[in-house]
Design a protein around this ligand. Structure first.
Ligand code: ANZ
Ligand code: ZN
Length: 851
C-alpha cells in the first residue's frame, strides 16, 4: 500500500455512481404514503446538442429535487422532449432526410449528453411530444375540448407567404417579409381552429393574484398580455344611412377625449368597408393593397398610416360631424373594428391626421407648461393629473383615470354608450399548415361538414411517406392520407390537413408526466396525487405564452374531466433562471469588420490569438452564440473536469435569477476545489486523532453550515449555499479536531454538497462509512443549541457619529475590545495617528471614541 491519496478520477467516480443509482432505481417515482413534491424544468426542444444553459436549468431543478427527496418528500422529477416544430421540417427541406429521423436522432444524442450530468430524473417517464402515444392523447383532449366548446373554427386573418404558400406565425414575419422566402407577406382570410382562451380572460387574470410564488415580473407580463381595460362602447349615427347601416359602433378606452375626436376610422374588413368596396373599385384596391404586410401589432405599428376617405360622415353626439375613413391601422378582430381618432392624444391618430390634414384638438394639457400638441401626441400616464380644456363635464384639473370613469358614467346616463370591459387577449389560433405537428383529428364531409374523428381511431398518425422538395404542407399533397370515410355517414371525405401549433404540445405535458403511459390523456388517481407542479423552472422567454397557454389548458382539462379540482393553476411556484454568458474574443479584419475567435483559439495571458499573434479585444458577459464563437460545450467540460464541476460552477458566483459568466479560469478553480475536497476526505478517512477541544468548534461550524446551506436552497440562493460550503470546507481543512469529529463534519459536508455535486458526495459518503446512498440519507438538521450566536456586533461612534462596527465574542474583555477599536480602519482614519481623548466601551451595547 502506498500513502498517496486516491486520485479524483471524475470519469470513473461519476460513471460508478450513475450506474449504482440506476441499478437501485433511485429516482423512480411511484405513488406512496409520503408527501409528494413535483419538480419540473421546462423540457427541451431537441435541437441537436445540449448547451450550457440546459446544464444550468437542469442542475437547478436537480438541486431542488435531490434536496426535497432528502427532506422526506416523494419526488417526481421527469424529463421529455418538446419535439414537434419547424426546425425539423426546415432541416428536411435543406438537407433532405425526414423530420422524424432528424428529431429522434437528436433526442438520442441529447439524452446521451444529459445522462452524464447525473440528474435525478425518472427516465422511465420520458416521452417526446411527437410520439404517437402522446399526440394521440392530445387529439383525444382536443375532441373533448371541441365538445365542450373550448375550441372552435373561425375565419381568421393570417400572414400568408405567397411563395412558400404557407401561413406564417407573427414572429416569422420580419419587416413585413416571410422569414424564409423573403416574399412580401399578405394578409389572407382562412378558416382556422381557435381555442376560446379569451372567454377565460377574467379568470386567468384573477388567478394571477394567487400565484405568490411566481416572480412579480412574470405576473405583470401576464397581466399586461391579458390587458384588461374598461372603456366605452358607443355608436355614431351615420349622417345619411347607407348600405343598410345606420351607424358605426366604436370601442374606446379614452372616452374622456371625445371632444378631441376628429375622424372615424374603420378596418378594411369592417362590414361597412366591404359593402362600400363592392361599389367602389378604388376602395377595393386600397383594401387589397393594405393587406400586404403582416398582421402583427408591431408590423401595423411600424407600417405607414394609410387611409381612404369614404366621403361619409357621422354625427358626433357632442355636436358637429366627423368624416369616416377606412384605415390600415384599425384591426377587425379587436374591439368593434372601428375607432374614433383623437390626434392630440394618440400618436397613430396624430400621424394620420397630419398626413390627411384632419383637425387636431387638445382636450387636456400638462398642468404646468401646458402647450398645444405639435408632432408628438400628449399621452401622459392615466394616473397623472392634467388640465382639461375640453371635457363634456367641464373638468378642470383631474387625472385621466378619473376623467375616463366620470365620462363612462356620464355617457351611460345620457344614453350615448355603455361601459364595457375589454381584454387585449385574443383567442389562440392553433391551425398550422405544416407537417411536423399533431394532426387535428377532424374530417371534412360534403354532407356532414366538420366531423370529429372517432376516439377509437386515434391516434390520427402522421404518414411517414412525405417529401419536402416543394414548399407548402406535404399533408395537402399526399396521394392517399387525406382520403377517409366520414366518421358520421361513411361517405368519402377528407381529413383536416392542418396540424396544431406546437405550443399545444407543451401546454399539458406537465399533466401527462403524472401518468405518461395511460390510455387516456391523464389518470385520475395519478394526477390527483402528483399535481400541481410544486416548483417549475425555466427561461423567462416563456413568461407569457407558454405559461398562459398552460394555465388555460389546466382549466380546460379540469372542465373536460382530465384534471381534478385545484389544478387550475398548475404551477405552484415558478423560478426563471438567468443565462450563462461568455466573453467574446474579437479582432478586426482589414476592412474593420469584426472577426470572432473560439475560447480555445486564444491565449488569455498574452491576450493574443494563438494562430496569428494578433491582440484581441474582450467583450465580457455576452449571450452565448455560435456566430460570435463565445460558446462552451458542456460535453468538453464534462470530459475534462467531470459533471460535478460543471454543476457546481453554474450554481456558484451569481444568484440563479441572474446571468453567470462562464470562464475557463473559473471552471479550473472549481475543479481544483472539488479535488481538494476529495483529497481532504481521503485524508480524514485514514487520520487518527484523539478527541479534543476543537471538536466543539467544528460541530458548531457544521451546524452553521447546515443552517445556511439549507436557507440558500430553500430561498433559491444556491450561490450563497455554495459560498457557505467553500467556507465550511476551509474550516474543516484547518480544524484540529479529533478524527471522529472530523469524520462527522465531513459526512455533513457530503450531505450538504449532495444536491449540487452528487457523485463526489456519494464517493465521500462511502469513504466516511456512510450507510447506503447519500442521496437517500435524511437531510441533516442543525442542533439549535449549536446555532446560538455567542458574538455581538457593537456600533463604534467617533465624536457622537456612527463610523464603524465590530463583531466580538460576547465575553471579550474590555482591553481586547479597545485594541480592536483602535485597529479599525475607519477609526484610524479619523484619529490620523493621534491617541483618542477618551475611549468608552459599554459592554454588549456600544463603543464611544472621543477624538
Ligand atoms: C379613442 C382614443 C383616444 C383612443 C385616445 C386612444 C387614445 P387598448 O387600451 O390597448 O385596449 N382601438 C380600438 N379598437 C381598435 C382596433 N380594432 N384597431 C386599432 N385600434 C383600436 O386600446 C384601445 C384603444 O385602441 C381605443 O381607444 C381605440 O382608440 C384603439 F386619445 O379610442 B381609442
Ligand atoms: Zn358525412
Amino acid at each position: 500500500m502506498t500513502d498517496a491519496p486516491a486520485a479524483y478520477d471524475t470519469t470513473a467516480i461519476e460513471a460508478k455512481w450513475q450506474a449504482a443509482w440506476d441499478e437501485a432505481e433511485l429516482f423512480r417515482a411511484d405513488r406512496s404514503e409520503a408527501p409528494k413534491y413535483y419538480v419540473l424544468e421546462m423540457f427541451p426542444y431537441p435541437s441537436g446538442r445540449i448547451h450550457i444553459g440546459h446544464v444550468r436549468n437542469y442542475t437547478m431543478g436537480d438541486v431542488i429535487a435531490r434536496y426535497k427527496s432528502s427532506c422526506g418528500f416523494n419526488v417526481l422529477h421527469p424529463m421529455g422532449w418538446d419535439a414537434f416544430g419547424m426546425p425539423a421540417e426546415n432541416a428536411a427541406m435543406a438537407f433532405g432526410g425526414h423530420p422524424k429521423d432528424w428529431t429522434y436522432d437528436n433526442i438520442a444524442v441529447m439524452r446521451g449528453q444529459m445522462k452524464p450530468l447525473g440528474l435525478s430524473i425518472d427516465w422511465s417517464r420520458e416521452f417526446a411530444t411527437c410520439d404517437p402515444e402522446y399526440y394521440g392523447q392530445q387529439q383525444a383532449l382536443f375532441l373533448d375540448m371541441l365538445e365542450a366548446g373550448l375550441v372552435y373554427r373561425k375565419p381568421a386573418i393570417v400572414n400568408w407567404d405567397p411563395v412558400d404558400m404557407t401561413v406564417l406565425a407573427n414572429e416569422q414575419v420580419i419587416d413585413g417579409k416571410g422569414w424564409r422566402s423573403g416574399a412580401e407577406v399578405e394578409r389572407k382570410e382562412l378558416t382556422q381552429w381557435a381555442f376560446a382562451i379569451s372567454d377565460m380572460a377574467e379568470d386567468l387574470l384573477a388567478g394571477l393574484e394567487t400565484l405568490d410564488k411566481w416572480p412579480d415580473k412574470v405576473r405583470l407580463m401576464q397581466e399586461n398580455w391579458i390587458g384588461r381595460s374598461r372603456g366605452l362602447q358607443m355608436t355614431f349615427p351615420l349622417s345619411a344611412p347607407t348600405h343598410g347601416t345606420d351607424g358605426i359602433e366604436v370601442y374606446t378606452t379614452r372616452p374622456d377625449t371625445l371632444r378631441g375626436a376628429s375622424f372615424i376610422a374603420i378596418a378594411p374588413e369592417h362590414p361597412l368597408a366591404r359593402a362600400l368596396a363592392a361599389d367602389d373599385p378604388d376602395l377595393a384596391a386600397f383594401a387589397v393593397d393594405v393587406r400586404k404586410g403582416g398582421t402583427t401589432e408591431e408590423a401595423l405599428e411600424k407600417a405607414e398610416k394609410r387611409g381612404f376617405d369614404t366621403g361619409l360622415t357621422v354625427d358626433n353626439p357632442l355636436g358637429g360631424t366627423l368624416p369616416v375613413w377606412v384605415a390600415n391601422f384599425v384591426l377587425m378582430d379587436y374591439g368593434t373594428g372601428a375607432i374614433f381618432g383623437c390626434p392630440a392624444h394618440d400618436q397613430r391618430d396624430l400621424d394620420f391626421a397630419r398626413k390627411y390634414d384632419l383637425p387636431v384638438t387638445d382636450t387636456f394639457v400638462a398642468v404646468s407648461d401646458g402647450h398645444p400638441v405639435g408632432d408628438v401626441a400628449f399621452v401622459p400616464p392615466k394616473t397623472e393629473a392634467v388640465r382639461w380644456l375640453n371635457h363634456p363635464l367641464d373638468l378642470d384639473v383631474a387625472t385621466g383615470q378619473h376623467a375616463i370613469d366620470a365620462t363612462i358614467d356620464w355617457a351611460e346616463a345620457e344614453g350615448i354608450g355603455t361601459g364595457r370591459v375589454q381584454y387585449r387577449l385574443r383567442d389562440w389560433g392553433l391551425s398550422r399548415q405544416r407537417y411536423w405537428g399533431c394532426p387535428i383529428p377532424v374530417v371534412h364531409c360534403d354532407d356532414c361538414g366538420v366531423v370529429p374523428e372517432r376516439k377509437e381511431n386515434l391516434p390520427v398518425r402522421l404518414p411517414d411517406d412525405v417529401t419536402f422538395d416543394v414548399p407548402g404542407n406535404p399533408l395537402d399533397r399526399h396521394p392517399t392520407w387525406r382520403d377517409v370515410a366520414c366518421p358520421a355517414c361513411g361517405k368519402p371525405a377528407r381529413r383536416e390537413t392542418d396540424t396544431m401549433d406546437t405550443f399545444v404540445d407543451s401546454s399539458w405535458y406537465f399533466a401527462r408526466f403524472t401518468a405518461p403511459r395511460a390510455e387516456t390523456p391523464t389518470d385520475h388517481d395519478e394526477a390527483d396525487y402528483w399535481m400541481n407542479v410544486d416548483q417549475y423552472i425555466g427561461g423567462v422567454e416563456h413568461a407569457i405564452l407558454h405559461l398562459l397557454y398552460s394555465r388555460f389548458f389546466a382549466r380546460a382539462m379540469g372542465r373536460t374531466g382530465h384534471l381534478p379540482q385545484g389544478t387550475e393553476e398548475p404551477f405552484n411556484a415558478l423560478f426563471t433562471q438567468g443565462m450563462v454568458t461568455h466573453a467574446i474574443y474579437q479582432t478586426r479584419d482589414a476592412k474593420g469588420r469584426p472577426v470572432y475567435h473560439l475560447p480555445e483559439e486564444v491565449d488569455l495571458d498574452t491576450k493574443t490569438v494563438k494562430a496569428t499573434g494578433e491582440t484581441f479585444e474582450i467583450i465580457p458577459s455576452a449571450k452565448m452564440s455560435k456566430s460570435k464563437k463565445n460558446v462552451v460545450d458542456p460535453m468538453d467540460i464534462i470530459a475534462s473536469y467531470g459533471a460535478d464541476t460543471a454543476r457546481w460552477f453554474v450554481l456558484s458566483d451569481s444568484p440563479p435569477e441572474r446571468d453567470v459568466e462562464w470562464t475557463a479560469a473559473g471552471a479550473e478553480a472549481t475543479h481544483k476545489h472539488l479535488r481538494r475536497v476529495h483529497r481532504l476526505a481521503t485524508d480524514i478517512a485514514r487520520a487518527d486523532r484523539a478527541p479534543n477541544a476543537a471538536d466543539a468548534d467544528l460541530a458548531k461550524a457544521a451546524a452553521r453550515a447546515i443552517h445556511e446551506v439549507t436557507e440558500g436552497i430553500e430561498g433559491f440562493a444556491f450561490n450563497k449555499s455554495v459560498a457557505k460550503l467553500y467556507e465550511f470546507t476551509a474550516t474543516l481543512h484547518k480544524s484540529d479536531a479529533g478524527a471522529d469529529a472530523r469524520r462527522d463534519a465531513m459526512r455533513t459536508l457530503a450531505q450538504l454538497m449532495a444536491p449540487m455535486t452528487p457523485h463526489l458526495a456519494e464517493e465521500i459518503w462511502a469513504l466516511m462509512g456512510g450507510e447506503g446512498f447519500v442521496a437517500r440519507a435524511p437531510w441533516p438538521k442543525a442542533d439549535p443549541a449549536l446555532l446560538q450566536d455567542d458574538s455581538v456586533t457593537l456600533p463604534v461612534q467617533v465624536n457622537g457619529k456612527r463610523r464603524s462596527e465590530i463583531t466580538v465574542p460576547k465575553d471579550m474583555p474590555k482591553p481586547e475590545i479597545e485594541a480592536m477599536v483602535l485597529a479599525d480602519d475607519a477609526v484610524q482614519r479619523i484619529l490620523d495617528g493621534a491617541a483618542p481623548k477618551k475611549l468608552i466601551v459599554v459592554p454588549g451595547r456600544i463603543v464611544n471614541v472621543v477624538a
